[in-house]
Design a protein around this ligand. Structure first.
Ligand code: ADP
Length: 656
């Protein structure tokens, strides 16, 4: 009997041991504040070996100090027989010092004749973490500034957050259980709703703009992002939608679109205005500048010549200002065409500086060009580059009363890249430090207002800077008040050999026929030559309705060809049919009736004119105009106003 009892006890202890060794819960026995037994899982949870715990550590050794009090109380409650068994949570500390969350279930027992506690525990750290996470997320959803809706797989609303209630005006209780279709509006049709829902059901997320209806019927726009939530088996269990109200945004978007349309229209008008202004201002300039130049030469040595010279100078000034305004407007209307080609910059600089020799002499200023490297080339737009040097040199002379202007060309290495460096140095009035940044802004001058000390538009440096930047360069300025200024332009250098001079000359003509500084330096009489024998000169037809232009062109061409004039398109076509002209000079805007392009086309269709050169002579000098005229039947182009040389060169070239 005794043996049987012992056997049974042994058996049940064996069973307990097996169970304790295999189970996923930690098991322990505590007596006299020391662990008398722990199972392998218990040791694993606290990161100890079993024999490091048994008889060596007590429950407080495995408890976070802050939680020791609860643990102690709970243990003594059970030992004092107050409570048989107890379940609670505390924070434990592992051998490596990690904090873990423990859920424990302990009961009183008698062990080896003495009172003890037997218990089991679980590491619930992960569960705790996800519980906290869940709490955080649900708080975030509640606090979210976006409306959040959760629906079941049938599309019935299960949850809405407070923001949704606020925006839609629906209390949660009124929409839960309803289909999201309650929001259907003109812009969220049944079909659209259906197609979104189909997408979501097939697992595709959807985002886009939708219009909803508030409880009070008011419409509002949202940006909505919806997707499906699946369970562990991959089945769709919910749909979640996140909606941001964008009604105000939509409104300003519409306003912006309208404003953009208006601005584009204004800009188009500006371009048209620009083209017309250019034409209207250039046409009379041809008469003013042309006749002033002729008179100046013709009346050489008299008082009247001086007057003509002043008209010429003032006319040039007007032309320059007009060109500056046009340039800025072109830049702003994005109509500035840039053609980067390789040029020897020293040659251009020399050419440009030459134009200022008279102006410098008049102010008794020394004007030097210092070429430190004559072979250096850069990728530039010839006209823009010349204009930059012109603007800087003109300013240097304008703002200097005594001393020297020097223009230097050199190579510069900046961050391992080669640049062409052009420095325009003067010993002039200088620029106060606080004005340095404003001089590059449109219409800004150091001295402004009614008492300003210098005339000017305040556009030169603005355009200069834009030009430099368009050519991938940089402009800097250093200045000392009362001592002088240095403007430095840097443009990316090119290593290979420069183009031939001839090609440059051609390009120059092609580039900017309209802008030449008229230097009233050389005095030659247009009438000085003996009257030539006109009988052998080729016949040329001039189609032009502006009398001053007719006068000046016939004057300029008198030694080159016999000029017949037609004042309108129809007459031009008739005259062309009767005589065989060697070339035709065609104004484009002929006032009433047929325009120049139409006339050119008709003349071209006459068999004898298939190969005859037709030169467009026009004040339409905006970028793109030339290309247009050439594409529509003209073979050459010259912009008004032009110099005598320019017109003569072109006509001689055309007549061979
Ligand atoms: P404008 O010369 O027509 O006024 P700019 O844009 O060329 O216009 O120049 C803007 C201003 O910068 C000038 O009004 C002048 O005050 C100042 N400035 C330009 N170049 C110089 C210079 N070389 N020396 C002193 N001041 C200068």
């Amino acid at each position: 009997m005794q043996e049987k009892i012992e056997n049974t006890a042994e058996e049940s202890e064996e069973k307990f041991r097996k169970l304790a060794e295999k189970t996923f819960v930690g098991i322990y026995i505590i007596q006299d504040d020391v662990f008398k037994y722990v199972n392998p899982k218990f040791a694993e949870i606290f990161e100890y070996e079993i024999d490091e715990v048994i008889d060596k550590l007590g429950p407080f050794d495995l408890t976070l100090p802050a939680d020791r009090k609860i643990v102690k109380e709970n243990i003594s409650k059970r030992l004092l027989n107050e409570i048989e068994s107890l379940q609670y949570e505390f924070r434990g500390r592992t051998k490596t010092g990690r904090t873990i969350n423990i859920e424990v279930y302990g009961s009183r027992m008698t062990y080896l004749g003495k009172s003890a506690i037997i218990g089991s525990l679980l590491d619930i750290t992960k569960r705790k973490l996800s519980e906290t996470m869940l709490l955080m997320l649900s708080e975030a959803v509640k606090q979210s500034s976006a409306s959040i809706l959760i629906a079941d797989p049938e599309g019935k609303i299960e949850y809405v957050n407070p923001k949704f209630e606020e925006i839609s005006g629906y209390p949660a209780a009124e929409v839960i259980g309803e289909s999201a279709k309650i929001f259907i509006t003109e812009n969220l049709s049944d079909e659209l709703y259906g197609s979104i829902f189909e997408k979501l059901k097939s697992g595709i997320s959807w985002s886009g703009e939708l219009q909803h209806k508030k409880k009070n019927g008011e419409l509002y726009w949202v940006h909505c992002a919806s997707s499906a939530v699946r369970n562990a088996e991959g089945e769709i269990v919910h749909f979640v939608s996140n909606e941001e109200e964008i009604t105000e945004l939509k409104k300003s978007e519409t306003l912006l679109k309208e404003a953009k349309k208006k601005a584009e229209e204004m800009n188009r008008l500006k371009t048209v205005f620009l083209a017309n202004m250019s034409h209207e201002l250039r046409t009379p300039m041809i008469g003013i500048l042309g006749y002033a130049e002729s008179l100046y030469n013709e009346l050489s040595g008299t008082d009247l010549s001086e007057m003509a010279g002043i008209i010429l100078k003032s006319g040039n000034h007007l032309m320059e200002t007009l060109n500056l305004i046009l340039d800025l407007s072109r830049i702003e209307a994005n109509r500035l065409d840039i053609q980067l080609k390789e040029f020897n910059v020293s040659n251009i600089v020399l050419d440009v500086v030459k134009l200022f020799s008279v102006a410098a002499k008049e102010k008794s200023l020394v004007l030097n060009t210092v070429i430190k490297d004559s072979k250096i080339s850069a990728l530039v737009d010839r006209r823009m580059f010349s204009q930059i040097i012109q603007n800087l040199a003109a300013n240097a002379i304008k703002y200097t009363t005594k001393g020297e202007i020097s223009v230097e060309v050199n190579k510069a290495l900046i961050e391992n890249k080669e640049f062409v460096e052009v420095k325009v140095r003067d010993t002039g009035i200088g620029i106060p430090p606080e004005s340095i940044s404003k001089i590059f802004e449109p219409f800004r001058q150091v001295s402004e207002g009614l008492n300003r000390s210098y005339q000017g538009t305040g556009l030169g440096l603005t355009i200069t800077k834009r030009f430099v930047e368009m050519m991938n360069g940089k402009i800097t300025v250093e200045s000392t008040l009362g001592r002088g200024s240095v403007f430095s332009v840097y443009l990316p250098a090119v290593k290979s050999a420069p183009q031939s001079e001839k090609k440059e000359k051609e390009l120059r003509r092609e580039y900017h026929p309209g802008r030449v500084i008229y230097v009233a330096a050389e005095k030659k009489s247009a009438y000085a030559a003996p009257a030539p024998d006109l009988s052998n000169l080729p016949d040329v037809l001039l189609v032009e309705n502006d009398n001053p232009s007719i006068g000046i062109i016939t004057l300029y061409l008198q030694n080159l060809c016999k000029v017949d004039v037609a004042k309108d398109g129809m007459t031009a076509v008739e005259m062309a049919a009767e005589k065989n002209y060697k070339a035709i000079l065609m104004d484009i805007d002929l006032g009433f009736g047929m325009n120049g392009l139409e006339a050119a086309k008709r003349i071209k269709s006459l068999h004898q004119y298939v190969n005859t050169p037709i030169i467009a002579v026009t004040a339409y000098a905006l970028i793109g105009d030339k290309e247009k005229f050439l594409a529509e039947g003209c073979t050459h182009y010259i912009a008004k106003p032009f110099t005598k040389d320019e017109l003569q060169n072109l006509v001689s070239q055309v007549l061979g």
